[in-house]
Design a protein around this ligand. Structure first.
Ligand code: S6P
Ligand code: ZN
Length: 186
């Protein structure tokens, strides 16, 4: 393919051009990730909103390429947990990823298969390096859409099943008017 020249801005579809691939995730796609299953079902009955959408550049998912794009994670909560992405490991575990905050506020929750976890706050201009082997999930802790840029080896693949089995140990919840990080009770 030819080189691409794009502008990172708060409107991902415009920034990434007409070939952008958009992947919306609705509340009904997120069963099993929030602690309060009843609150999620209520949200599904109440219009089943898009919780986040990913916009990917038209890059082949093959060796040598870097996939890149932007995620827009809308504000809101399910019970006391902020809206968040499903989260995944890369299928090829030894592949990394870079996130750059563009708009809004949030964080990345990351975790390894041997049980280490961290919460990394993100704001516009902040860069997070997700090292190889760390599962990652983003969380919108603010009142406006949280938009970030990402790039990773295009053939990394996504393993959602491992995260679905173990969950993340850290939860980002709304407590007395502000975000707080708590350990999930088992
Ligand atoms: C891909 C990268 C992001 C996420 C997106 C949605 O490696 O980490 O593009 O795909 O933020 O999250 P998820 O967990 O539903 O793929
Ligand atoms: Zn990833």
């Amino acid at each position: 393919m030819d080189p691409l020249l794009l502008r990172v801005q708060a409107d991902p579809a415009a920034a990434l051009g007409p070939q952008t691939r958009r992947h919306p995730r609705r509340a009904s796609d997120l069963r099993g990730i929030f602690q309060d299953a009843g609150a999620l079902e209520a949200l599904i009955r109440d219009g089943n909103p898009v919780i986040y959408e990913t916009f990917e550049a038209p890059v082949p998912a093959s060796e040598g390429h870097l996939m890149f794009g932007m995620t827009v994670l809308y504000p809101g909560r399910v019970g006391d947990e902020y809206f968040m992405t499903k989260g995944h490991y890369h299928e090829r575990r030894l592949t990394a990823e870079v996130y750059l905050g563009i708009r809004g506020r949030g964080c990345l929750v990351v975790q390894t298969e041997d049980g280490r976890s961290r919460m990394l706050p993100m704001e516009p201009g902040g860069v997070v390096y997700v090292a190889p082997g760390w599962a990652h999930r983003s969380v919108n802790t603010g009142a406006e859409p949280f938009i970030f840029f990402f790039t990773f080896p295009a053939d990394a693949g996504h393993d959602y099943a491992a995260v679905a089995r173990s969950g993340f140990d850290l939860l980002v919840v709304h407590r007395t008017g502000a975000p707080a990080v708590v350990e999930r009770s088992r």
